[in-house]
Design a protein around this ligand. Structure first.
Ligand code: TMP
Length: 258
């Protein structure tokens, strides 16, 4: 039974109307897609893991003063978020050559970049999210120069913080994609981090072995995606070993008296 109004359905998430004006419910699906959904599979458990991992990372980023759309996690698959106007630009930050930059510039995957590089992609499924420059973004009015500066500054703060956080648990943050939205409150507008940050939207390599702990396991048919996401969650200290909401009936709870 689901009487909530569906606002938007994407490849990996659904947005529903929230309980109060200005809020939405973000629901994480098990769908995995790549190459603009030309490759598609249902991977049981992925949505639950991404909900939990994204919650954790958004909360930690909020604590260091990065404004985000996140309000609270509601259940295994859903979180309450603030409604924002999504800026139709994907912001990618890269620390190490991998994926499309390796291909485009003929770099060896795994080669450190001279410095962190920010790229912009125009959010358009029909066009396969083409890479664009600040010139395109301002000329077409997707964001103004001040908003671009704000997104770049926030993206670098997110990169610094997450690089350190992941390195502390033996994971290298190779690159990631984030999205921003405009949050309107009274007469004010501010740019906030939106969407999600999860192994779907990052490249995460084990620091010792270079094992991929992200969606490249699906893109490249390496297998073991859920196990890899679980490993990330375990190292972050947030893995729920038994999935309470997915159990079929009441479970015996031991009293565990000392
Ligand atoms: P790329 O190397 O394929 O351009 O990807 C860069 C980063 O952005 C990588 O961490 C994966 C992430 N990403 C998304 O989250 N969504 C996308 O649609 C694409 C193409 C990449």
């Amino acid at each position: 039974m689901n009487r909530r109004r569906r606002i938007y359905e994407g490849k990996a998430k659904i947005l529903y109307e929230g309980p109060e004006p200005g809020t939405l419910i973000q629901h994480f699906k098990d769908d995995a897609t790549a190459f603009n959904a030309k490759k598609h599979e249902i991977i049981e458990g992925k949505g639950v893991l991404n909900n939990r991992i994204s919650e954790y990372l958004f909360k930690r980023l909020g604590e260091i003063g990065v404004p985000t759309h996140f309000i609270k996690r509601l259940n295994m698959r859903e979180q309450l978020i603030r409604e924002v106007e999504i800026i139709p630009v994907e912001v990618v930050v890269r620390n190490v050559a991998a994926g499309s930059i390796a291909k485009r510039l003929g770099l060896e995957e795994g080669a450190p970049l001279p410095r962190s590089i920010i790229e912009f992609y125009y959010k358009s499924d029909e066009l396969d999210d083409p890479m664009v420059s600040e010139e395109h973004i301002t000329a077409f009015g997707w964001a103004n120069p001040q908003e671009i500066d704000e997104m770049m500054a926030l993206a670098l703060r997110v990169n610094d913080f997450l690089s350190g956080l992941f390195l502390g648990i033996g994971i290298r943050l190779i690159d990631f994609k984030i999205e921003f939205g405009r949050q309107y409150e009274n007469d004010m507008m501010r740019i906030v981090l939106a969407d999600e940050i999860s192994p779907d939207s990052c490249r995460l390599w084990d620091a010792k072995t270079d094992k991929k702990l992200d969606k490249d396991r699906f893109r490249r048919d390496l297998g073991g995606l859920v196990e890899a996401y679980q490993e990330v969650a375990r190292r972050l200290g947030i893995l729920m070993e038994n999935k309470p909401s997915e159990s079929k009936g009441p479970r015996l709870v031991s009293s565990n008296k000392p």
